[in-house]
Design a binder for this molecule. Structure first.
Ligand code: S3P
Length: 430
């Protein structure tokens, strides 16, 4: 579908929803299952386009992966038994697939080529290929391995002692995957802690990994033991309905089984700072990934300031947080978020320009934005720019505009949330 009219006369959002599986954890479940020898099973998997790309990569490497809805069975010969892929490993729009696969493939025994869509071709890869080459990885690519396509000849790796220049879980994870195969002990230091799903999953698969004060220590050569992974719901997907319920008068929405890993809950902190009315009930299930139920009601919101070590904990939620800020009393300032410039799109420009078309008062800055609220929003023609989170931000914005919004390119929403519009309709009682 090329264009869609979002005509949402204001009616309260009510009901209970289980948001789809966490994208980051779904990717990693397939990756660990593909690296480990034997059978890994997964429940709650996100069948979004990005995660399906990761499955395809591992099939080409020789893993037998069957999927029944959100359940996976992965039978893998293990990384040392992989076959050389007969085709390019195509990563589509997925930065996580691309960057993490480079780290995994660098320490394998096969030659492979990674390439994605035109957005991936613009995204910086030096941040992973640089440290991996320091570990002895044989990686070639466009412009000195700064961009895809990348060609990776797997082989022996040295351990690394690495200080991360950017807070990025993708970079950290790529190095950790390579460090698993290195001959010795690697240490990675983060100035600001990014999502730690890789470290947690390493422990689930029987590895020892030590994290303390932003420092992660990993001994290479450890055996992986396949297990069952139960993926919690994605807080980054829940964020759109948390925002929608807070914004639309008389709403009350219950979101179940939401992943509440503390490295991901920056949105909850922001909702609290903005004065949103919500409760969080943590599940007492024994799981390395915390989860729980979040209940939220429509709220009158006030502006807030967002920066520093909060940024990696809500980096993907900033588009919808910016929308919330357009309806909050006062001036919201978002800083230290320059990473948004190199996401699926330049999300600082995309948010300011697209919400600006509706009448929002947003001034983009180098590393964030300044948002004055509240402003009345009126219908206009918006463009997702092929970015799923910009598409969903536009759809939530349409719930509070006084006339319909036209959305160009809504199809990209299937990258992380194929059932998004169905879930929205169900909360609207449609
Ligand atoms: C992700 C890390 C983040 C995030 C992305 C998923 C991951 O990217 O924006 O959606 O699964 O590791 P960076 O590591 O580039 O910050």
């Amino acid at each position: 579908m090329d264009k869609m009219t979002l005509n949402y006369p204001q009616i309260p959002l009510r009901g209970t929803l289980a948001v789809p599986g966490d994208k980051s954890i779904s990717h990693r479940a397939v990756m660990f299952g593909g690296i480990a020898k034997g059978r890994t099973t997964v429940s709650g998997f996100l069948p979004g386009e990005d995660c399906l790309r990761t499955i395809e990569c591992f099939r080409l490497l020789g893993a037998d992966i069957s999927r029944n809805g959100t359940d996976l069975v992965i039978d893998s010969p293990g990384i040392d038994g992989w076959q050389e892929p007969a085709d390019v490993l195509y990563t589509g729009n997925s930065g996580t697939t691309t960057r993490l696969m480079v780290g995994i493939l660098a320490g394998s025994r096969v030659h492979s080529v990674l390439a994605g869509d035109e957005s991936i071709a613009r995204r910086p890869m030096k941040r992973v290929t640089g440290p991996l080459r320091e570990m002895g990885a044989d990686i070639r690519g466009r412009d000195g391995a700064q961009y895809t396509p990348l060609s990776i000849l797997g082989g022996p790796l040295r351990p690394i002692n690495y200080e991360m220049p950017v807070a990025s879980a993708q970079v950290k994870s790529a190095i950790l995957f390579a460090a698993m195969r290195a001959d010795g002990t690697s240490v990675i230091r983060e100035k600001e802690v990014s999502r730690d799903h890789t470290e947690r999953m390493m422990r689930n698969f029987g590895m020892e990994v030590h994290s303390e004060d932003g420092s992660i220590t990993l001994q290479g050569g450890q055996e992986l033991v396949p297990v069952h992974v139960d993926v919690p719901g994605d807080i980054s997907s829940a964020a759109f309905f948390l925002a929608a319920a807070a914004l639309v008068p008389d709403s009350e929405v219950v979101l179940e089984n939401v992943g509440l890993n503390p490295t991901r809950t920056g949105m909850i902190d922001v909702l609290e700072a903005m004065g949103a009315e919500f409760t969080v009930d943590m599940s007492d299930a024994d799981d390395s990934e915390l989860r729980g139920t979040v209940t939220i009601r429509s709220s009158s919101l006030k502006a807030t300031e967002i920066g520093g070590d909060l940024i990696p904990r809500l980096i993907d939620e900033i588009p919808v947080i910016a929308l919330l800020a357009t309806q909050a009393e006062g001036t919201t300032v978002i800083r230290d978020a320059e990473e948004l410039r190199v996401k699926e799109t330049d999300r600082i420009a995309a948010v300011a320009e697209e919400l600006g078309k509706l009448g929002a008062d947003i001034t983009p800055t180098e590393d964030g934005m300044i948002i004055n609220g509240p402003t009345k929003l009126s219908g206009a023609s918006l463009d997702s720019r092929g970015d799923h989170r910009i598409g969903m931000m536009a759809a939530v914005a349409a719930l509070v505009t006084d006339s319909p919004v036209e959305l160009k390119g809504p199809g990209c929403i299937a990258i992380s949330y194929p059932e998004f519009f169905g879930h929205l309709d169900s909360l609207r009682g449609e």
